[in-house]
Design a protein around this ligand. Sequence first.
Ligand SMILES: Cc1cc2nc3c(=O)[nH]c(=O)nc-3n(C[C@H](O)[C@H](O)[C@H](O)COP(=O)(O)OP(=O)(O)OC[C@H]3O[C@@H](n4cnc5c(N)ncnc54)[C@H](O)[C@@H]3O)c2cc1C
Length: 408
Amino acid sequence: MPAVQTALVIGGGIAGPVTATALAIAGIDAAIYEARPSDPASANGIGGSLALEPNGLAALRIVGADDRVRAAGIPITRSLMSITSKPGREMPTPQGLPPRQLIDRGSLHSILRERARQSGVRIHNAKKLIRVDEHVDGVTAHFADGSSASGDVLIGADGVHSAVRRLIDPDAPGARYLGLLGFEGLVDDGPDTADLEPGTMTFAFGRRAYYLYWKRPDGRIGWGANLPSPQHLSLKEARAVAAEDWQRTLRGAYADDIPGARLAAETTGDTLQAVGGLHIMPPVPHWHRGRMVLVGDAVHAPSNSTGQGASLAMESAIQLARCLRDLPDVAPAFTAYERLRRPRVVKIAERGARISHAKAPGPVAQRMMRLLLPLMVKTMNLEKTMGAEQRYIIDWDADVQEDASALA
Ligand SMILES: Cc1cc2nc3c(=O)[nH]c(=O)nc-3n(C[C@H](O)[C@H](O)[C@H](O)COP(=O)(O)OP(=O)(O)OC[C@H]3O[C@@H](n4cnc5c(N)ncnc54)[C@H](O)[C@@H]3O)c2cc1C
């Protein structure tokens, strides 16, 4: 029987429901406490799309959610890179892996929450964690509505601006703003995208800003913009700006790009979604303390350029549940979890930092990047970088106590 019987999971985004479901499968009673007032598929969700890599889908298989994600997603079967409107060049991908899946964030949240509930996890909305009392044999979480809950451990799956991270270590670093604001839009097909097959995604380095676009099975074009902006805006602040103002800004930023100019021009206020500032997490010195531990973006948010944030969150969720299942006490379980995860997430974060630099560099660096990026892709050891990231599969049935890398 696991040393831990009950877990409080703070945050019901991606890492939270996957962790709670994996814990339930491992025989640990888990409840999720989410600050948002209702399930995120509703209008207050942050919206936009997410690409899940084969390693993320492999992690979801363990909690029985991968098929549902595939059924709701768009398989991305081809990737191109385009620099300053030149025709997209084929981007190599590791061979023999299933395609990444692009899924609406609200749909993903719904699938993960439904799966958690089916596994016996209780989900409490409108529970914003504000304080924690630690006892010798447990933790009590206090919420903004005056209620509280107690458990053997508390898991901070509360995202890049994590409150649990500061409760573990008041000196923990905060999220770093990348100098980019995120947007997503949807337009009809046009002459400049007509040749693309559904399932093709193009990563485009425009004259002034980076963007990406993909053809959907219905023929329409989804696109995401990374707009350089020295001023940081939260999701709420970005949404408070009138859609027409954002439309004007995006039209200016992509005016000289093909098809960026058309994508920006044809995006209407109805389909434009602002997602606010993009962040990364610098290395977090303390992943856990006492009976509290971090998972997902709260402890390792790589740049969105890696396409790995959500997939890594899912992997960490599974590994944390395995450690709590197999190790005799909380401290060795958290230590093993960090050992299993830290080297991998650090490596991926470092790759992401290099790409992010290419998205918002100064004018001189931008010219250099245009010259160097194709060369970087051409000379990249694909199997060593992307292969290692995407082929990662967790052996859920293997006992962590027999895994040397966890116990070293
Ligand atoms: C524009 C954009 C595009 C992205 N694209 C991709 C992509 O294509 N592929 C990819 O893999 N990743 C992508 N990411 C990264 C991805 O969104 C994150 O890595 C992922 O959401 C991390 O999941 P999480 O559960 O750790 O955190 P979150 O999804 O942020 O969930 C945290 C949850 O905790 C809740 N919470 C916060 N504070 C409290 C509190 N005090 N009490 C209770 N609850 C609280 C929040 O409301 C939220 O529901 C993108 C990110 C952005 C911003």
